[in-house]
Design a protein around this ligand. Structure first.
Ligand code: CDT
Length: 309
């Protein structure tokens, strides 16, 4: 058995005025609870340190940059790193990354129990739009503020296993999991900020959005025989509701633990990485069963090409 004692740390809403220091204090409370629950790996959501700022249209780049982290740890995030190391706990969280050479990414890191960064991922599938869109009930400007990730979908060895990350919208794309599956991933961690209502379609509300969120995560887990830990930022941020629905999914695609609120909430489960072995050796033994000669469209074609009419 290769056990990882996981704490999926759902965050409730973070209002626009809330400081990083205040959010970090909330994260530390969850971390202490995770320690009490016996966890050795805590996962926080996408853009965990601030409100989901891509809903706000900004033209002044210096204002945009106030939402980004230039250093990690920074004075505001150092207490989080210190507490994780004191607890001997690995952690992962999402943040807006501004690199030394001026690039902007929607990023997640995985930090081991000694405080070393063992994994970094930059969001590949950026949803939304670049300009203010009057056709939407609210804005989703990730394509304005972030560049697509430039690291691919790396996996890395830690906690006696093979780990990878993705971020929010990435979870809806089967390629995300398969690229990591092809590197033997045993646990994918991801965070999300998903509005409770579709900005183009008001009758697609939280029930359907939660269904889609679980559907894609469970499918990704099963089809690649991997654990998936899917962690929400939830609740009403300044009048903009986000779904909850934090879940831990086993390599059979079953939900083994889930959140019950839209608040700060810990979801814990002990995950045996050896549970990934059966599926990887049988129905999803890629080397025996994949037929890549029929998959070329997946990498050579982006949009739909209809058959001749
Ligand atoms: N943060 C993020 O990626 N949210 C998207 C919303 C899509 S609607 C533009 C998601 O896939 O949940």
């Amino acid at each position: 058995m290769r056990m990882v004692h996981v704490a999926a740390a759902q965050l409730g809403p973070i209002q626009k005025v809330e400081s990083r220091q205040a959010v970090v204090a909330r994260m530390i409370v969850l971390m202490d609870k995770a320690k009490d629950a016996g966890a050795n790996f805590i996962i926080f959501p996408e853009l965990a340190l601030t409100t989901f700022f891509p809903r706000y249209f900004m033209e002044d780049q210096s204002e945009v940059d106030t939402w980004f982290e230039k250093d990690l740890p920074s004075p505001a995030t150092q207490p989080l790193f210190d507490r994780a190391r004191d607890h001997g706990m690995a952690m992962s969280f999402g943040y807006a990354e501004l690199t030394a050479d001026g690039h902007h990414f929607n990023t997640s890191v995985h930090i081991d129990n000694s405080g070393a960064i063992v994994g970094k991922y930059r969001k590949v599938h950026l949803p939304g739009h670049v300009e203010f869109d009057t056709g939407r009930a609210f804005q989703h400007l990730e394509k304005r503020y972030f560049e697509p990730g430039d690291l691919g979908f790396p996996v890395y060895r830690t906690l006696e296993g093979i780990f990878g990350m993705c971020i929010c919208n990435d979870r809806r794309w089967p390629e995300t999991y398969r690229v990591m599956g092809l590197q033997g991933v045993e646990m994918v961690t991801l965070g999300y900020n998903t509005p409770s209502v579709n900005s183009h379609k008001g009758d697609e509300g939280p029930k359907q959005r939660l269904f889609h969120s679980s559907l894609v995560v469970q499918a990704g887990a099963y089809q690649n025989s991997t654990w998936v830990v899917s962690v929400a930022k939830a609740g009403d941020e300044d009048g903009h509701p986000l779904i909850g629905g934090t879940i831990i999914v086993n390599p059979d695609g079953e939900v083994v633990a889930e959140a019950s609120s839209e608040e700060d909430e810990l979801v814990v489960h002990s995950c045996d990485l050896d549970d990934t072995v059966f599926g990887k050796k049988t129905i999803f033994d890629f080397v025996r069963h994949r037929r890549v000669e029929h998959y070329t469209r997946i990498t050579e074609q982006v949009g739909v090409e209809l058959p001749p009419g």
